[in-house]
Design a protein around this ligand. Structure first.
Ligand code: ATP
Ligand code: MG
Ligand code: MG
Ligand code: MG
Length: 478
């Protein structure tokens, strides 16, 4: 008979039919009951074997972590905790797992830190099973949202000579033989020769290329790996992360904000609807974690309630200037967790400021708009005041910045003037300026860090725990 997923068996309630299941042993009790996990759900299928008919040599090999195949009838279960079970007529060990060596067997309740050290095995735990199934559901929802609205999924390049003008620190990509490199007249390595005559790096953002697509398809999005040589070791930054970057022609800043808010709500709602089981598991995990904290530090809302709250409430929208007033009026709290640092209008917000606004002041997601032009990129559309630009950042509780976006400057002369002011290479970026030369129009877009979204939805605290293979200064083995 065909292999059936455990999730399907458990959710059907159907009995008296024959199946084959394959997966990994989570536990084995009384020489009779196997809890089998196949990765489709954290709920295990109980397999009952008739011990008296089974070869003792085979029973010995049923250990935690071993891969097995079982065929038999699905019957109602008399035991507590499951409605159905599999009465095995045949059982086969596909891959042994030595209980003396298996790290997940040796450590009882392994910590997240320990699991990060054995990241190659952590998928096999319930916590990481839930996290990565939720991540999958969210990724699927991203494509569904845009596809349903007629956006074209445009793949922007990974290797590029464009540095997106300061979006982040770059990783150089070179084909040079560094043992015998070409040299400049001054004797330095001539990195201009990196990639057949161009200096190249890994992409820090697909936005500029995305704008080219928006000027032809109207609405596009990218969803791909993004690289920043962050050496900051924070719980919110990775060197390799996935960014979702929609870009829309004929959109002004307000349309952009409306889309971003609708998008975030859609994907969260999709996860609640299509993967409630794993979210409830993660919610329960958080409750256990919260119990370790002193009463006053525990959060008021559970994970599912927190997600539902975001779905059901409008995001707060205000300007950077208004936010600065609020921050200036606020007092640093007593235990100095929030040190008030902003003295002047014009300074960039630190994540503690962002979190103060979201978590303490408004207690909901916030969209900040109209930032000082000096702290934002050259391509943002300038406001009439001459000081601010049509930027928007979305700030989330527990995360800080989750989205950065703007309406783009569509006027060729204004854009070039700003580039010259910032000493940007106008000539080299002629390809980009063509969007403003030929049929320019108001357009907008944003970038959302996918892992920050997954962090929020899963309630995890460290970004390394929501990407399968984290790339940070400390981990790049596999
Ligand atoms: P931050 O201020 O947190 O460093 P940023 O302003 O440098 O972020 P943007 O260039 O605006 O980031 O990129 C758009 C989005 O990409 C951010 O809002 C964030 O969600 C995400 N992002 C940026 N850098 C990283 C990173 N190193 N790791 C994970 N996500 C990131
Ligand atoms: Mg940054
Ligand atoms: Mg930022
Ligand atoms: Mg930003």
């Amino acid at each position: 008979s065909q292999r059936v997923k455990v999730k399907q068996i458990l959710s059907a309630d159907k009995t008296h039919y024959e199946v084959t299941v394959k997966g990994w042993v989570r536990s084995f009790r009384n020489n009779q009951f196997i809890a089998l996990n196949d990765g489709s759900t954290n709920n295990n299928l109980q397999i009952v074997i008739a011990a008296e008919n089974t070869d003792p040599a085979l029973l010995k090999r049923i250990t935690t972590g071993a891969a097995i195949s079982a065929t038999g009838e699905i019957i109602p279960s008399l035991g507590k905790g499951q409605k159905v079970e599999l009465k095995a007529s045949t059982l086969e060990i596909l891959g042994d797992c030595d209980p003396e060596k298996y790290p997940l067997q040796l450590k009882n309740k392994p910590s997240l830190e320990y699991l990060r050290e054995i990241a190659h095995l952590r998928f096999r735990t319930n916590t990481f099973g839930a996290i990565f199934r939720v991540r999958h559901t969210l990724a699927f929802a991203v494509h569904k949202f845009f596809n349903d609205r007629g956006f074209v999924y445009l793949h922007t390049p990974i290797i590029t000579a464009s540095d997106a003008e300061g979006a982040g620190e770059m990783f150089r990509v070179t084909s040079l033989d560094l043992k015998n490199p070409p040299l400049t007249p001054a004797g330095d390595i001539d990195f201009k020769e990196d990639f057949f005559g161009r200096s190249t790096n890994l992409t820090v953002s697909g936005q500029l290329e995305g704008e080219l697509g928006a000027m032809a398809f109207g609405d596009i999005y990218t969803f791909g790996p993004t690289f920043r040589a962050e050496n900051s070791n924070t719980a919110r930054h990775l060197a390799e992360f996935w960014m979702i970057e929609p870009e829309m022609a004929f959109y002004e800043l307000k349309d952009n904000m409306d889309l971003a808010e609708a998008f975030i709500k859609y994907v969260i709602g999709y996860a609640l609807e299509h993967n409630r089981e794993d979210l409830e598991f993660l919610a329960q995990r958080l409750i256990e974690e919260e119990k370790q904290k002193p009463q006053q530090e525990r959060s008021e809302m559970g994970l599912v309630e927190k997600l539902e709250f975001v779905l059901n409430n409008e995001f707060m929208r205000l300007t950077y200037t208004d936010a600065i007033h609020i921050l200036k009026d606020s007092k640093p709290n007593k235990n100095k967790k929030f040190q008030y640092l902003i003295e002047e209008w014009g300074a960039d917000l630190q994540s503690e400021h962002e979190r103060y606004l979201v978590e303490k002041h408004f207690k909901k997601p916030v969209i900040l708009t109209d930032y000082p032009k000096a702290i934002k990129s050259f391509y943002m559309k300038q406001n009439e005041d001459g000081k601010t630009v049509k930027a928007m950042d979305i700030l989330f509780p527990g995360i800080g910045e989750i989205v950065g976006g703007s309406q783009r400057e569509e006027n060729y002369d204004k854009l070039v003037a700003r580039m010259e002011e910032l000493h940007l290479p106008v000539e080299e970026m002629s390809w980009y300026l063509d969007t403003r030369r030929y049929g320019s129009c108001p357009h907008s877009g944003f970038g959302l860090g996918f892992e920050r979204l997954v962090l929020f939805v899963t309630g995890m605290g460290n970004i390394r725990d929501v990407i399968p293979f984290p790339r940070t200064p400390k981990s790049a083995e596999f």
